[in-house]
Design a protein around this ligand. Structure first.
Ligand code: S3P
Length: 176
């Protein structure tokens, strides 16, 4: 695979660090960074919780699908961080897998659950849910995330180390 002809797409559950790590990867490669959720907020002039509340989840899913498919098919040399649910849509998966190098940021449930208090306030899908329900969602989503090119296990690693590992892994198997 030739790297400069591609985008790098980061996938994984809410709050695993896709945005932070994506920014670091982009900076190191000197590529542009795009966060799908931030881009939707910018284009629609609304926060993600407000979109969920006022327009509904289906509206949000359509917006994210259109945005991601568009970026994947038109852009190159972008690092794109997806919202955790985007990759459940088949059209999104197909666009990412065919035009991008898809990296799954894999954090264990044990490590993830400690992050819940710090991320719950702006994640509509986590609000008012019991921990057991969230765990089910976490497990269910692994099926979609298993369709990736590379997996980086992030337990115990800081974002800088994850970003370096991601780039090393991609460079090992792709030419510049
Ligand atoms: C969602 C994840 C969020 C955001 C929205 C829905 C999901 O993004 O897109 O709240 O369905 O998993 P992060 O993965 O960046 O938290």
């Amino acid at each position: 695979m030739i790297l400069h002809d591609k985008n790098i797409v980061l996938i994984g559950f809410m709050g695993v660090g896709k945005t932070t790590i994506g920014q670091l990867v982009a900076k190191k490669l000197d590529w542009e960074f795009i966060d799908a959720d931030q881009e939707i907020e910018r284009r629609y002039h609304m926060s993600i919780p407000a979109i969920f509340e006022q327009k509904g989840e289906d509206y949000f899913r359509k917006a994210e699908r259109e945005l991601i498919v568009d970026i994947c098919s038109k852009e190159r040399q972008k690092v794109l961080s997806l919202g955790g649910g985007a990759y459940l849509q088949e059209e999104v998966r197909n666009a990412c897998l065919s035009h991008g190098i898809v990296v799954f940021l894999d954090l264990s449930w044990e490590n993830w659950k400690d992050r819940l208090p710090s991320i719950v306030h702006d994640r509509p899908l986590l609000k008012n849910k019991a921990l057991e329900e969230i765990k089910q969602l976490f497990e269910l989503r692994k099926q979609a995330y298993s369709q990736h090119h590379y997996r980086v296990a992030t337990d115990g690693l800081d974002p800088e180390t994850v970003a370096i590992r991601t780039i090393e892994l991609i460079r090992e198997r792709n030419t510049n």
